[in-house]
Design a protein around this ligand. Structure first.
Ligand code: SF4
Length: 498
């Protein structure tokens, strides 16, 4: 089925704006003969998302649920009737940012007491009653396991007063709920929630619970529905995607992540499959083989390293050594030609010595990452690492290490970009470039951002583009031709992973 299309370029931006403006004014109910509206005004909601893709995905579900309730979205906070803050406690200073924002919302609530404020997500799950203690003007607090109840909780709060409802176990996968997606051609699918690991720096296991995999049939059914609706790119989401299925099918069929990749690859209309994030210790041969075989699985692996020091990795409880990590990466690269690899690295984990940090630089050099997300360690209350305060690394040392790491990562990434000049890349069009609406932006299969000029292309179209120049974080190219599908079907490659 043909997807609904949006024109690219300046006019498209204007069109979208007009639609939004009309949407804000649209009313439910009738008009009297004088033309004056007499029925109820549609309530408008504003959702602010903090944190990761998982949270953005949850926000799409919250928005979808509110739309189903007859509300409409707005990007104007001041005119919203319902404000939902979908919080994250993984990022630095998340609580300070949230409570600062809630303080500013108090003015809105003082001016318009009918406005409802809801706080959901990881920080709400962790802080529970504390949210209302620190911000008594909040109407609803809900957690990561019951976002499906958000509309009902808002209704109840309007009648009964403020509500805090936090569940300790999930009751529905976010993906199983209605969604209001930001883009038409691309969708995130939750395949698993929670995490069974215990990385010392991470709060996820305590706010998202144990790993629970979603049934493969449900995932495929949802992807088939999305494909029929014009979605061509799927990103499978989980905290540790390649341990998918471990908890499924007691004594019966227990699919592995590779089985899931193959099943998604077989869905008509899906042109690209991505996933995030795999855990290096669980990157097995079956996953690599499926990545190599499946036509639509992109040649991109985000494999979080966190540290290149075995001593630090052990203190983090990561479950692998630097050598093991590099062996698994080498196996993936051997099986999947032209594999782009990205990673996450923490600088200044408690107790990190100069020697530990040098080991991280060694692994970065050996791994030749296309890009790396680098983070300064910051203690998250409730984690093991937050208690290691005797070993915290001085800020000036961390700053100096971060600058050396960033310089190395950028140098390697830039060289990789330059090596692509002259090559033809298949690009999935995302829309007009943020800086110049007459230029298109899209992503290669290796997830590299490409800017190019072309007429008559729409978001979700694929095009071959010859790369003409490179910068650290993007490529430029010239349009060759529109293509229908992902370009190649791969052959089965035997993979060995130690
Ligand atoms: Fe957190 Fe580690 Fe689980 Fe990732 S694998 S979600 S870092 S505990």
């Amino acid at each position: 089925m043909a997807p609904s299309r949006r024109l690219i370029g300046r006019s498209a931006v204007q069109t979208r704006h007009c639609v939004r403006t009309m949407g804000r004014r649209s009313l439910r109910g009738g008009a009297d003969p004088t033309g004056l509206y007499t029925g109820p005004v549609t309530r408008r909601f504003f959702v602010r998302t903090y944190g990761c893709q998982m949270n953005e995905h949850d926000s799409e579900r919250i928005a979808g649920l509110l739309v189903e309730e007859g509300m409409e979205p707005t990007d104007d906070l001041e005119s919203a009737d319902v404000v939902v803050l979908n919080t994250c406690c993984i990022r630095e200073n998340a609580d300070n940012k949230l409570y600062g924002h809630l303080q500013r919302l108090k003015t809105l609530k003082d001016d318009r007491p009918e406005v409802q404020i809801a706080v959901g997500g990881c920080l709400a799950q962790k802080d529970r009653d504390l949210v209302r203690e620190r911000a008594p003007h909040v109407d609803v607090v809900f957690g990561t396991h019951n976002l499906a109840h958000a509309p009902e909780l808002l209704t109840r709060a309007a009648l009964e007063g403020p509500i805090v409802e936090i569940l300790d176990e999930h009751e529905a996968y976010p993906s199983a709920l209605p969604a209001r997606r930001e883009v038409d051609h691309s969708a995130w699918i939750t395949i698993q929630i929670g995490c069974d690991n215990s990385c010392a720096f991470c709060i996820v296991p305590s706010v998202r619970g144990k790993e629970v995999s979603r049934r493969m049939g449900d995932i495929i059914h949802e992807i088939e529905t999305l494909a029929a609706d014009g979605v061509v790119e799927i990103t499978l989401l989980g905290q540790n995607v390649n341990s998918y299925g471990r908890d499924l099918g007691a004594g019966q069929y227990r699919p592995q992540f590779g089985d899931l990749l193959r099943a998604v690859d077989a869905v008509d209309g899906i042109e690209r499959i991505r996933f995030t994030s795999p855990h290096p210790k669980d990157l097995r041969a079956e996953t690599i083989a499926a990545m190599a075989e499946c036509r639509t699985v992109c040649e991109h692996l985000h494999l979080p390293l966190q540290s290149g020091s075995d001593r630090t990795l052990a203190r983090m409880h990561r479950g692998y050594t630097a050598e093991r990590y590099l062996e698994r990466l080498a196996a993936a690269r051997a099986a999947i030609p032209d594999l782009a690899v990205t990673t996450d690295i923490i600088v200044g984990f408690p107790g990190e010595t100069d020697d530990d940090f040098e080991r991280t630089l060694d692994v970065v050099t050996a791994a030749e990452y296309d890009a790396a997300y680098t983070f300064v360690f910051s203690p998250r209350p409730g984690t093991e690492a937050a208690e290691m305060f005797d070993d915290f690394v001085p800020a000036d040392v961390v700053k100096e290490r971060m600058s050396r790491l960033t310089e190395l990562v950028e140098r390697i990434g830039f060289a990789k970009h330059q090596a692509r000049i002259g090559r033809v890349e298949n690009v999935l069009v995302e829309g007009p470039s943020k800086k110049d609406p007459d230029v298109l932006s899209g992503r290669t299969r290796g997830h590299k951002l490409v800017h190019f000029r072309a007429e008559g292309l729409f978001p979700g179209d694929c095009a071959d583009v010859r790369i003409t120049s490179a910068a650290s974080h993007f490529l430029r190219g010239e349009y060759i031709a529109r293509t229908q599908a992902a370009p190649r079907r791969r052959v089965r490659i035997p993979v060995e992973v130690v």
